[in-house]
Design a protein. Sequence first.
Length: 283
Amino acid sequence: MNSKNPTVRALSWAAFWLIVLIVLFYVLFPFYWAIKTSVTGSGQLSREALLWWPNRATFQNFTEVFTNAGFLRNLLNSVVVASGTVIISLLLSALAAYALGKFRFRGKSVLMYIILAVSVFPQIAVLSGLYTMIRGFGLYNSWWGLILSYMIFTLPFTVWTLTSFVREIPTELEEAAYVDGASPLQTLFQVLLPVMTPALVTTGLLAFINAWNEYLFALTFTSDNTASTVPVAIANFSGATQYETPFGLTMAASVIVTVPLLILVLVFQRNIVSGLTAGAVKG
């Protein structure tokens, strides 16, 4: 048996790296193909669609996207709506998580299950009622209409996630703050929030990605192209004729809107890892 151990170990490592390579190919190939298509000219694309790399790379598609004033407006809409959704959701969810995680009151468990149930509702189930509400408040084709609609699915998620984290914070921190004369709000904002930074960053980034990529609500609650977000704008790209599908422009715009998410993940990667592992090991 001992003589076979090196062979078995080598085969195990080979199988392991083969699986890793297959997974990496499955995950990264769509992004590679998007980049390849984005640097292929529209005239070349029909002739070189199946090539692994174009014979002559060009940034014409990116130039056309950036020179389109409408797309820059859509990009601004996405930044404002996604950022506003995250900021308001984190502020409200921090207050709710503090109450749900540290205070005892009747019906708390029922309330948590209601929050969880709301978070798993499909968007289409609340679309008609939400549309009536947005129209009634006069928020159609506005940033606030999209922010309020996006909070339907970001707020339950942030509340549930932060509540789980707040429960793991040692009670001694609160008690020390109360002894020093701090109020509950002072304890939350001056003592607990600094400790919650990794969880806030992780939860906020995930909520930002959801709001950034959201399509159904953005399509339903905006009819003016200047009020639309990036996913709707990309879906509405049109070619030179009605028979042409602008794959190059679509892929170039998709690459552009993916870059901010990659930058955020790289900048906050340490906080993301800390937030995802927080509470996993109890002392």
